[in-house]
Design a protein around this ligand. Structure first.
Ligand code: AQP
Length: 325
């Protein structure tokens, strides 16, 4: 059985990019050796409100359960509930280099070269490496934006193993066949994101069917009338990608079927496919939101399970790096 770890940070409301890029695969491929984590420590790297962080962490866990993660099979937990993540980060900080962290595009995008950004934002990929390596994950199912961070985790693991002896498994990122990078509906040149202020360009999982339909109908398209993907058609390409992710059909099949269709009809088809795909998830979320204690119990049990593996890894790591057991 392949060991899998992946996480999502509670920085805002989860959107269909998170869903198609990551969550849907987590649910459909889950197995007993898989761990899925709400990475709340990562959400502290940018300014935030503590009460909101607590609420969003809980809500995000409920969304993951609503997408179909079964806590009796996979382990679902909150990162800060397992203290080993923070401890492992320090040790890996002493293995990672300033140069490699400085090359991370997410840091460049979010930090914008400002001196005032937190050290945590710079250090984010090392915490992510700790998340993955603590559980000896072989695969990390993520959207395309996380490729560079998973590659860095692998480099850090390799360097650690070389310096201190075989300890960590080398992880690799895996990507979905469609939906690996869903773009903002109003700005198809940039990724749909939780924390970007683009309410019309982002479809939250919490949006209802009407709002979802309106946002897709108002999505930016491109000049020309053809429904086809291509670098010169970022808006239509993004909608085709969404339709492909929602229906499981390839973009090529969809292009053939939609030859001659008008943009308006095409968008209607995308909207209905996305709404149908999300309907059971949204219904299940409403049920889970009504029972917050059940979600909290699930997370407590998940943390207990995760802690066993993390503690064993840390005992080994401590012994190898020469600090007290
Ligand atoms: N637009 C996207 N398309 C496909 N996959 C995406 N993911 C994120 N955005 C898209 C994937 O969702 C998982 C969880 O992401 P995250 O919360 O850990 O952080 P992120 O990648 O930085 O996502 P956001 O939504 O853009 O958050 P903010 O705005 O806070 O930075 C990951 O597997 C990610 O690849």
């Amino acid at each position: 059985m392949t060991k899998v770890f992946s996480g999502v940070k509670p920085t805002g409301r989860p959107h269909i990019g998170n869903y198609f890029g990551a969550f849907t695969r987590w649910a459909s491929e889950q197995d007993t050796g898989h761990l899925y984590c709400v990475v709340d420590l990562h959400a502290m790297t940018v300014p935030y409100d503590p009460e909101e962080l607590r609420t969003r962490t809980h809500e995000l866990a409920a969304w993951l359960l609503a997408t179909g993660i079964d806590p009796d099979r996979a382990t679902l937990f909150v990162q800060s509930h397992v203290r080993e993540h923070a401890e492992a980060t320090w040790i890996l900080d002493c293995v990672a280099t300033m140069g490699e962290l400085g090359r991370m595009t997410q840091f460049k995008d979010k930090g914008g070269g400002r001196d005032s950004v937190s050290v945590g934002l710079f250090n984010y990929p090392v915490l992510m490496a700790a998340d993955i390596l603590l559980y000896h994950a072989e695969e990390v199912p993520v959207g395309a934006d996380q490729r560079q961070h998973v590659e860095l985790s692998r480099d850090i693991a390799q360097r650690f193993n070389h310096r201190f002896g075989e300890t960590f498994t080398l992880p690799k990122a895996t990507f979905p066949p469609a939906g690996a990078r869903i773009m903002d509906l109003q700005h198809p040149d940039r990724k749909m994101s939780k924390s970007d202020e683009s309410p019309q360009g982002t479809i939250d999982l919490a949006d209802d069917a009407d709002v979802t339909r309106k946002k897709i109908m108002r999505a930016v398209t491109d000049s020309g009338t053809e429904v086809r993907s291509g670098e010169d058609k970022p808006g239509v390409t993004n909608l085709l990608e969404l339709l492909s992710a929602a229906t499981g059909r390839t973009v090529a099949e969809l292009e053939a079927e939609l030859a001659g269709a008008r943009y308006g009809d095409f968008k209607k088809q995308v909207a209905e496919a996305v709404i149908e795909r999300l309907r059971p998830v949204r219904e299940r979320y409403a049920e889970l939101a009504a029972d917050p204690h059940a979600v909290a119990d699930t997370l407590a049990k998940g943390a207990e399970r995760a802690r066993q593996t993390a503690a064993a890894t840390m005992a080994d790591v401590r012994a190898r790096v020469g600090i007290s057991a």
